[in-house]
Design a protein around this ligand. Structure first.
Ligand SMILES: [Fe+2]
Ligand SMILES: [Fe+2]
Length: 295
């Protein structure tokens, strides 16, 4: 029956194409799109990038607040965008820009019985936990994990707003059959929020490793470019779902990615300790992203 249900809805490509044609699908602020394109150009100068970001006052002041906060883990005071670029590098500044712009662009209110504030709280918890795990796994840029964690479920919000017939079908089976959202999508939709999120992130010219982490956060493939980043986001998501919603804290990842098996087992075993220790940081990150409070 599920297969028939899925087929009656059309195929994945149909919905991805539809997103391409809906005019109101959240557009990234112009400055971020230009920034993402600029970052692809190897000869671009710090002055040019700094100048571009500073044309958007709102974004640049939030970027400065974020890079000066504990979330990105730099204790020295950064006073300007060009200073940030010099001491933190392009990648960190871009991650900060992506994070603040996307949360702003998608701050919708409660809709169709789905609590959007709760959604963002979950994403922020995953961001903080993914960054913690990235440090444990010695990822060179832990702020990649913060940005990937913040954005991993973004396809869910876009589905809610722009493909409501899919969202309603999945949400209905979440409630009726007591499934997780992802399980419901797998059982009755032709496309899931991970594929939708990755599709959008591609359109926004996000860096490939962020796109990959969004695309595979529920089901890590055997071959992936940045396996540590994916492990960090996947485990962070499991832990956040476990401690906030009581979901099972288990994964088949250790079997799929044997190189990561030990790390995965250790982090799952110690999750109740490390996740609890992150609670203040999660609270403070929520205050920053959801209420504009100084971190
Ligand atoms: Fe998800
Ligand atoms: Fe999630």
């Amino acid at each position: 029956m599920d297969k028939m249900k899925r087929e009656s809805l059309g195929d994945a490509q149909y919905y991805l194409n539809r997103l391409n044609t809906i005019r109101d699908v959240p557009t990234m602020p112009e400055v971020l799109l230009r920034l993402n394109r600029m970052f692809q150009d190897e000869d671009v100068s710090i002055e040019k990038i700094g100048h571009l970001i500073e044309t958007d006052q709102a974004i640049s002041s939030k970027i400065l607040m974020l890079v000066n906060s504990a979330f990105f883990g730099f204790r020295s005071r950064v006073s300007s965008i060009s200073h940030a670029l010099m001491i933190l590098g392009f990648n960190t500044v871009r991650n900060a820009a992506i994070s603040v712009s996307l949360v702003d662009a998608l701050r919708i209110r409660q809709s169709r019985g789905f609590d959007v504030t709760e959604f963002w709280r979950h994403s922020i918890a995953v961001a903080v936990a993914a960054k913690y795990l990235a440090r444990q796994i010695r990822l060179s840029d832990p702020d990649n994990a913060f940005a990937a964690g913040l954005l991993h479920d973004v396809g869910k919000l876009v589905m809610l707003q722009f493909l409501p017939e899919l969202f309603d079908r999945a949400w209905d089976s979440v409630r009726r059959e007591n499934l997780s959202f992802y399980e419901a999508e797998c059982s009755c939709l032709p496309v899931d929020h991970a594929a939708i999120g990755a599709h959008l992130a591609r359109g926004w010219h996000f860096p490939p490793l962020l796109i990959e982490a969004i695309a595979h956060h529920h089901k890590p493939p055997e071959l992936v470019e940045d396996v540590e980043l994916l492990v960090a986001v996947h485990l962070a998501d499991l832990a956040a779902n476990h401690f906030h919603f009581g979901a099972l804290l288990q994964t088949d990842m250790a079997g799929k990615l044997p190189g990561q098996a030990m790390f995965v087992r250790e982090q799952i075993a110690g999750a109740s300790q490390w996740f609890r220790e992150l609670e203040d940081e999660i609270e403070s990150a929520s205050g920053f992203f959801l209420e504009g409070r100084q971190p």
